[in-house]
Write a protein that binds this ligand. Structure first.
Ligand code: TPP
Ligand code: MG
Length: 443
């Protein structure tokens, strides 16, 4: 049984505040908020209950209480009494194995990154995602190739979930020519046009307008250019952290996305910390999901340590974006198992807080679920783990043996050209030169 409330949904209109049956409904007897499937967490309610777990959550009101209570306080007595398992699994065997494999891929890849970083194979800052895998997997495995993902500097696992091969991500981290950005991006700037991975970004919030633009493109193509798309609108997922939600670009983009009903899902990975700053200390109202309704879109809170709950919420948010019903803000409450970056000694977070979340490891939880529901055997899961181990080993060998980019690549795709912009000797703007992006400087 999860320690978090599973889903909390608040609709734009205050009289339509909706929470799922997995959480208690609010005291003003909510009604379903917008059309969706009957089993959706977006429209299920529990009108018989009148207590609100939110009112007792330390995310609201008393911000001096220990962060551990975030999870423990939101468990209502009613939830605790609920039987721990349902007879019918929420996923098919194939789906559960796909989710398991993707989460193992993310975790194993990142553990290897740590090893390679400390061996001096990677340079600059490297931010790992350990602990947050349920968010990447729960959302991105529902996308098709044409859908887009916009990430942050914590981007390796989003890239892997979107299908960028592990060897291309590892080679990028090694700064090699075979990397997905030819070694020019590095850890914080994963990009793959082929996979519609529209970038990792070093500046926080920087990716949100890019994602909003991608969603606008999708809508423009479909509705204005009348390009046919049998699946409906292509969807963009914008991932970012809790600390980023205090950045102005977040608010500007929520406004535009809702105004134009763009096919985008804003996915907040609330890991409770922004480097060494606690979310509860830095945010006037720490319940980020509530900011969706302030702009007229649904806001959802979900346990980000439970891939099945994330997937359930993600499915509905993605489908409504695809149907042209506009954006959703989803706050996934999660935790990173390592320091902010591999250069962070992680001394600010309390050991008991880390220990608490370690018991909520999303991979262990999914494994337990698979076994308890007889979706696969222990040896089948081991086979997946072995397959991923081999894939990561191969990725490291590939990255290590790949060539460095040539020196001539150094000034490609940079906006400052030592020879200057403006008009060249031929009377043309330099940017009109087809070789412009290759740079003109001699290095
Ligand atoms: C515009 C900008 N300001 C400040 C920073 C420095 N900075 C790097 S990470 C970070 C915290 C971000 O926290 P959060 O959004 O919660 O993401 P997390 O690292 O927890 O995934 C800050 C302030 C930055 N990268 N960009
Ligand atoms: Mg954070």
């Amino acid at each position: 049984m999860s320690a978090f409330s599973a889903v909390k949904i608040l609709h734009a209109h205050p009289s339509l505040a909706v929470r799922s049956s997995a959480a208690e409904s609010s005291s003003n007897k909510p009604k379903p908020s917008f059309p969706s499937s009957p089993s959706s967490p977006f429209n299920s309610t529990n009108p018989s209950s009148s207590s609100s777990s939110l009112s007792s959550s330390p995310l609201r009101g008393n911000r001096r209480r220990p962060i551990l209570a975030v999870s423990s306080d939101v468990v209502s007595k009613k939830q605790q009494q609920r039987p721990p398992l349902v007879a019918t699994p929420a996923v098919t065997r194939e789906e559960s194995l796909e989710l398991y494999e993707d989460m193992i891929l993310g975790r194993t890849f990142e553990d290897m990154c740590a090893q390679m970083y400390y061996r001096g194979k990677m340079f600059g800052f490297v931010h790992l995602y350990n602990g947050q895998e349920a968010v990447s997997t729960g959302f991105i495995k529902l996308l098709s190739r044409a859908d887009s993902v916009v990430s942050t500097y914590r981007d390796h696992v989003h890239a892997l979930s979107k299908g960028v091969p592990a060897r291309a991500v590892m080679a990028e981290l090694f700064g090699k020519a075979t990397g997905c950005c030819r070694g020019q991006g590095g850890s914080m700037h994963m990009f793959s046009a082929e996979h519609n991975l529209l970038g990792g970004f070093a500046f926080i919030g920087e990716g949100i307008p890019v994602a909003t633009g991608a969603a606008f493109t999708s809508k423009y193509r479909y509705e204005v250019l009348k390009e046919s798309n049998p699946n409906g609108l292509d969807v963009t997922l914008a991932f970012f952290g809790d600390g980023t939600c205090n950045n102005g670009q977040f608010f500007e983009c929520l406004n535009m996305a809702q105004l134009w009903k763009l096919p985008i899902v804003f996915v907040v990975e609330n890991n409770l910390w922004a480097i060494g700053m606690s979310h509860l200390r830095s945010t006037s109202d720490p319940e980020i999901w509530k900011k969706g309704p302030a702009f007229g879109m649904p806001g959802v809170h979900v346990d980000g340590m439970d891939v099945l709950k994330v997937r359930e919420v993600a499915k509905e948010a993605i489908e409504r974006a695809r149907r042209g019903e506009g954006p959703t803000l989803v706050e996934c409450e999660t935790y990173r198992f390592r320091g902010h970056s591999l250069a962070d000694p992680d001394e600010l977070r309390k050991p008991d807080e880390k220990a608490h979340y370690a018991t909520r490891d999303p991979i262990t939880a999914l494994k337990k679920y698979i076994l308890e529901h007889n979706l696969a055997s222990e040896s089948e899961l081991k086979t997946i783990e072995k397959k991923i181990d081999d894939e990561i080993e191969e990725a490291v060998e590939f990255a290590d043996s790949s060539p460095h980019p040539p020196r001539s690549q150094l000034l490609e795709n940079v906006f400052a050209d030592p020879k200057g912009f403006g008009i060249g000797p031929d009377g043309k703007y330099r940017c009109e030169d087809p070789k412009f992006t290759q740079g003109t400087a001699q290095v």
